[in-house]
Design a protein around this ligand. Structure first.
Ligand code: DP6
Length: 421
């Protein structure tokens, strides 16, 4: 290695979004390469509210690969991390930093070790897809550090080997993961269908649902579904291929009624597959079901759907409103039915883009008690309230893909030591 001293640390920091599937990935045809049994489509969420930031560093001083997640050191010995590291290393190119007098040749990367620090700007315990943003960010930042010259599609195939849904976090806007046909997974990649500006009316409200239940991980849940469910076969073969075509069309035409119809139907079918698994898997709880009921009732009372719902492998509801006005009515309904428990203040109950609260006319927690019942529930049965059943709401929107953060102050590792700051 041609460098002045062995003291240097070279690093890169990047930020990568999470994504929510509107046509779900559930089931693998190859467990180790992470190859799915059907295509899927997702919406990338605004990284301002939900993202992973990762700093990767390389130095001749490092004697092993190490990683810190949200400040705590974690093991990199798992197969998924190892595979991502190996795949990226094998694609590394020469790197030269003249100012620092650093020259790393392609072959040197095999012997150099990396330090990785990753941080989620949302609570990991909330059960929001942190592995998608995490693996996408790991692969994206390492690819930049190691001067990997491959396109985003090829990088998505590497991120896929960390966690399937991670491949869709390499782009902003609307993304399709093409299942591919090859046994080596080389054609199982993500592509962008449209960027985040294409349909910028959409507003997303996530209800983080209080839950004490330990959930089955997506990885083992989908394995059990593939092994035991008959419905999953029908879904992958007959249902999803058509839905993918229709969803692409709905996105292209910004056709909200079709988009909502397809997204809700697909979420419900995914959870039906979970019920069809032996033993059955329950990801949604009573609160999730109540939120579905509330949206369905409202959509039915309007001429066409106003809100789409979708649920991943957990009870949290991701609600997509057709525009900001609808999102304000949605939040009003949600706050009416699910007021915060007494010790919660408004600023921690509604997070993300809080400006929607102004449109709802809520400036203080006390204003929630005064909200009127939505017209569609006023009829025969008195509307019920479920205080404390939602932990908090996140207001956000579709967002951009991965970006580099050039500002050294945003790095999570010290430029001198390469250890967490
Ligand atoms: C329900 O990507 O977490 O969120 O590939 O085993 O890491 P692994 O699973 P993961 O599964 C995500 C499943 C889902 C649907 C989706 O995101 O498409």
């Amino acid at each position: 290695m041609a460098c002045e001293s062995e003291k240097w640390v070279l690093m890169v920091t990047a930020q990568t979004p999470t994504n929510i599937a509107v046509i779900k990935y559930w089931g693998k045809r190859d467990e180790s390469l992470i190859l799915p049994i059907n295509d899927s489509i997702s919406v990338t969420l605004d990284p301002e509210h939900l993202c992973t930031t990762t700093t990767v560093a390389v130095s001749p001083r490092f004697d092993q690969d190490r990683m810190w997640l949200n400040g705590r050191e974690i093991s990199l010995s798992g197969g998924r991390y190892q595979r991502c590291l190996r795949e990226i290393r094998s694609r590394a190119s020469d790197v030269e930093d003249e100012k620092k007098g650093i020259k790393i040749a392609k072959k040197d990367w095999e012997n150099l070790h990396v330090h990785i620090a990753s941080y989620n700007n949302f609570p990991t315990a909330a059960g929001l897809a942190s592995s998608a943003a995490g693996f996408a960010c790991l692969v994206f930042s390492l690819a930049k550090l190691m001067n990997v010259k491959e396109d985003q599609g090829k990088l998505s195939a590497v991120a896929r080997q960390g966690s399937g849904s991670a491949c869709r976090s390499l782009y902003g806007g609307f993304v399709k993961w093409i299942m591919g046909k090859h046994d080596d997974g080389s054609d199982s990649i993500a592509v962008q269908l449209a960027d985040e500006k294409h349909w910028d009316d959409l507003v997303i409200v996530i209800a983080v649902v209080s839950s004490r239940q330990k959930e089955t991980s997506s990885t083992s849940g989908m394995r059990e579904s593939v092994e035991t469910s008959m419905l999953i076969k029908h879904r992958a073969k007959e249902v999803v291929p058509k839905r993918i075509v229709d969803m692409e069309e709905a996105i292209k035409n910004r056709d909200f009624p079709s988009f909502a119809h397809l997204a809700c139907a697909d979420s419900n079918q995914f959870h039906a597959v979970c019920l069809d698994t032996c033993p059955p898997i329950f990801y949604m709880n009573d609160t999730s079901h109540r939120i579905i009921g509330c949206v369905e009732k409202w959509n039915r009372s309007e001429e066409s759907p106003q809100v789409a719902y979708t649920f991943d492998a957990g009870p949290n509801a991701v609600l997509i409103a057709r525009n900001r006005k609808v999102a304000a009515s949605l939040l009003q309904r949600l706050l009416f039915h699910f007021p915060p428990s007494s010790d919660t203040d408004l600023s921690s109950y509604v997070i993300g883009d809080k400006s929607i609260l102004q449109d709802v006319g809520v400036a203080d927690v006390k204003d929630i008690d005064a909200l009127p019942a939505p017209p569609e529930v006023k009829d025969n049965i008195p509307s019920q309230k479920y205080k404390g059943d939602v932990s908090y709401f996140i207001c956000t929107k579709p967002g951009k893909g991965p970006v580099l953060l050039p500002d050294k102050n945003q790095a999570l590792l010290s430029p001198e030591t390469g250890l967490p700051k």
